[in-house]
Design a protein around this ligand. Structure first.
Ligand code: NAP
Ligand code: ZN
Length: 354
C-alpha cells in the first residue's frame, strides 16, 4: 500500500485541555481506492466532544479536533467505491476504519473491534497520523464507514443521528424496547431526547427523569408519557420497582443506585453516558430483583444505516440549535449547564470566516 499524499484543510482544534478551540490547519489524505471525500455541511456537538477536548477520559493527544456527527456532500471518490458518487449527500459517525476480517466486524459490531479507528483520537493507517474529527471543512473516509442519509429530512437535524441517534437506538433494539414495556430515559440532553423519540416510536411507555424542572413541557412534547424531576424524592418514590428498561444518558457524576431502585425484577439499566469518574454501585441494588447494569457503545455500521432509514420512514430528527463555528466554546459552556435544546449543530459554512 503506497502512502497517499496529504493535503491541508481548515478545522477548529484545541492545543491542550484548558485551551479554547480555535482555527487551525489539519492534514487529510488524498482519497485512496475505497475512500470517499466529503465536504462537511453540518456537524453535531456531542458531549463526548467536550470530554475529549478537555481530556476527561485521559487519552486525548493534542492537537485535537472533535466532531463525529457529520453530514456532507461527496466531492470525490476512489476508483473502487461503489456506494457513492460526487454530489451525493452522506453521513459519517464515530468510526472511520476497522479491519473487516476481524470477528466483531464480521458480526456487524465494528464498534467493538480492537482495530476500530475513531473519527477523532484514532490513527489514520494510510498517513500514519492521528485522525481529526468533523469540526473541519472536509473529511476522507473508507466507504464502508460512510452512511446514506435520508434526503427527505432536514440535513442539519440529521447530523446528530450519527452519534446521539445510534447510541440510543442500538441498546433499545438490543433490550427489545417495545409495546408493553415501561422505559425510563435519564438526562434530557442530546442523547436523552433522541432516546425519548425512539422509545416512543417503538411503542413503549416512556418516562423521562430530569434534573431540570424547566424541561418538563419539552419532555412531553418530545414524546414522553410522564416526566419525573429526579431531585424530588416524592416523585421518584412513585415509580420505584416498575421499569423494564432504563437508558442512562447522564454526562456527569450521579447516583446510579437511585435508578437501579426504579427497576422491576429482571429489569436492566444500560449506561450510555460516560462520566469522567466511576459510579459506585451497591451490590444490594442489583441483588434484590436480579437486576442488571450494562453499557453500550454507539452501534455497528449496518445498524446505523438501519436507524437512519427508520428515521427517514418515521420522520425522526434531532431538535437542534444551529451555531456558527466560532460559537463552539460558548456552546460547550452551555452544554455543561444542561442548557442545550437539544443538540447544537455547527453550520460548517461558517468555518470559512471563523
Ligand atoms: P448532554 O447533551 O450534555 O446531556 C447530558 C444530560 O445529562 C444533561 O442535559 C442533563 O439532563 C443530565 N445531566 C448533566 N449533568 C448532570 C448531573 N450532574 N446529574 C444528573 N444529570 C445531569 O450530553 P450528550 O451529548 O447527550 O451525552 C451524554 C453522555 O453520553 C456523555 O457522557 C457522552 O460522552 C456520552 N456518550 C456516550 C456514547 C456511547 O456510545 N456510549 C455516545 C455518545 C455520547 P437533565 O437536564 O435532563 O437532567
Ligand atoms: Zn458522540
Amino acid at each position: 500500500m503506497s502512502k497517499p499524499r496529504a493535503y491541508s484543510v481548515k478545522a477548529y482544534s484545541t492545543a491542550s485541555a484548558p485551551s479554547p478551540l480555535a482555527a487551525a490547519a489539519i492534514p487529510r489524505r488524498e482519497p485512496t481506492d475505497r475512500d470517499v471525500q466529503i465536504e462537511i455541511l453540518f456537524c453535531g456537538v456531542c458531549h463526548s466532544d467536550l470530554h475529549f477536548a478537555r481530556n476527561e477520559w485521559h487519552f486525548t493527544q493534542y492537537p485535537a479536533v472533535p466532531g463525529h456527527e457529520i453530514v456532507g456532500r461527496v466531492t470525490k471518490v476512489g476508483p473502487k467505491v461503489t456506494k457513492f458518487k460526487p454530489g451525493d449527500i452522506a453521513g459519517v459517525g464515530c468510526m472511520v476504519d476497522a479491519d473487516p476480517s476481524c470477528p466483531h466486524c464480521r458480526k456487524n459490531l465494528e464498534q467493538f473491534s480492537p482495530t476500530m479507528v475513531g473519527t477523532y483520537g484514532g490513527m489514520d493507517k494510510h498517513l500514519g497520523l492521528p485522525t481529526y474529527g468533523g469540526y473541519s471543512e472536509g473529511i476522507v473516509v473508507d466507504e464502508h464507514f460512510v452512511l446514506r442519509v435520508p434526503e427527505n429530512l432536514n440535513l442539519a437535524a440529521v447530523a446528530p443521528l450519527l452519534c446521539a441517534g445510534i447510541t440510543t437506538y442500538s441498546p433499545m433494539r438490543h433490550w427489545k424496547v417495545g409495546p408493553g414495556k415501561k422505559v425510563g430515559i435519564v438526562g434530557l440532553g442530546g442523547l436523552g431526547h433522541m432516546g425519548v423519540k425512539f422509545a416512543r416510536a417503538f411503542g413503549a411507555h416512556v418516562v423521562v427523569f430530569t434534573t431540570s424542572e424547566s424541561k418538563k413541557a419539552d419532555a412531553l412534547r418530545l414524546g414522553a408519557h410522564e416526566v419525573v424531576v429526579s431531585r424530588n424524592a416524592g416523585e421518584m418514590a412513585k415509580h420505584a420497582g416498575t421499569f423494564d428498561f432504563i437508558l442512562d444518558c447522564v454526562s456527569a457524576d450521579h447516583d446510579i443506585n437511585a435508578y437501579l431502585g426504579m427497576l422491576a425484577v429482571d429489569g436492566n439499566i444500560t449506561l450510555v453516558g460516560a462520566p469522567e469518574k466511576p459510579l459506585p454501585v451497591a451490590a444490594f441494588s442489583l441483588i434484590m430483583g436480579r437486576k442488571s447494569l450494562s453499557g453500550s457503545l454507539i452501534g455497528g455500521i449496518a445498524e446505523t444505516q438501519e436507524m437512519l432509514d427508520f428515521c427517514g420512514k418515521h420522520n425522526i430528527t434531532s431538535d437542534i440549535e444551529m451555531i456558527r463555528m466560532n460559537q463552539i466554546n460558548e456552546a460547550y459552556e452551555r452544554m455543561l449547564k444542561s442548557d442545550v435544546k437539544y443538540r447544537f449543530v455547527i453550520d460548517m459554512a461558517s468555518l470559512k470566516n471563523s
